[in-house]
Design a protein around this ligand. Structure first.
Ligand SMILES: C[S@@+](CC[C@H](N)C(=O)[O-])C[C@H]1O[C@@H](n2cnc3c(N)ncnc32)[C@H](O)[C@@H]1O
Length: 225
């Protein structure tokens, strides 16, 4: 999936993935990570997600990365924050303000020093936005760039891939385990079981899908001081 594909979606306002309320699974399962209030949270492929505002509201500094400058600009505008912008390495542009640091640029350009303070990660519609080869690269890059002690809350989607072409892509449990199992402990926290697809997906040919929620972690987790 090329950067241009996503940039065009933002330019033409094709944002079916954007939620106008905080994600219910984030609210329900965030406590499972046992992240302390001051722990920095990384939100990869963040869009202009309101979930970042919820994470901030419970005390987390938030680092995001997003390829579209429109998304970053819209996020700060909606939050009523005037961000300060500076150039970072890897061609990334950092916009900071209100406890948010959003890097505009390619996720794969982020290095360990950008994420050194991160203790938790929230992935909603990020892994599943990517095609198979890129998902492998994404998981490897997270394993390399994240600190030794970290917990990830990941929301994934399963469906009959013959019915709909992603994104969002179908990422079954076996793939999540294969992608992250070598570097992390992987635990499925919840599965919705097959549910009638939303109107957005029904219009694309899908009748049912299953949402899964995962805790993926490594290091001495659960107790951060
Ligand atoms: C499906 S959207 C999900 C956005 C957000 N996580 C949410 O829940 O609303 C995927 C986002 O990833 C961004 N994106 C895609 N490839 C990227 C990359 N290589 N680096 C940074 N952002 C990327 C897109 O612009 C898009 O905003």
């Amino acid at each position: 999936m090329k950067a241009e594909f996503w940039k065009e979606r933002w330019e033409t306002d094709q944002l079916g993935f954007h939620q106008t309320e905080t994600n219910a699974h984030l609210k329900q399962f965030w406590a499972e990570l046992e992240a302390t209030a001051g722990a920095t949270v990384f939100v990869p492929l963040c869009g202009k997600s309101l979930d970042m505002r919820w994470l901030r509201s419970i005390g987390h500094p938030v680092i995001g990365v997003e390829i579209s400058p429109i998304a970053v600009c819209d996020f700060f505008k909606a939050a009523g924050i005037e961000a300060k912008t500076s150039a970072s390495d890897g061609g990334l542009v950092r916009s900071s303000g209100g406890g948010y640091d959003l890097y505009c640029g390619d996720f794969f350009a982020l290095e360990a020093h950008h994420l050194a303070d991160v203790r938790a990660v929230y992935d909603r519609a990020s892994l599943i936005a990517l095609p198979p080869k890129m998902r492998e690269r994404y998981a490897k890059h997270l394993a390399k760039a994240l600190p030794a002690t970290v917990s990830i809350l990941l929301i994934a989607l399963e469906y009959d891939p013959s019915r709909m072409q992603g994104p969002p892509h179908c990422v079954p449990a076996s793939e999540i385990e294969a992608l992250f199992g070598a570097a992390f402990e992987v635990e499925r926290l919840w599965s919705s079981g097959p549910q009638e697809a939303s109107e957005y997906f029904r219009a694309r040919g899908l009748d049912a899908s299953t949402t899964t929620v995962w805790r993926i972690e490594r290091g001495t987790t659960h107790r951060w001081t």
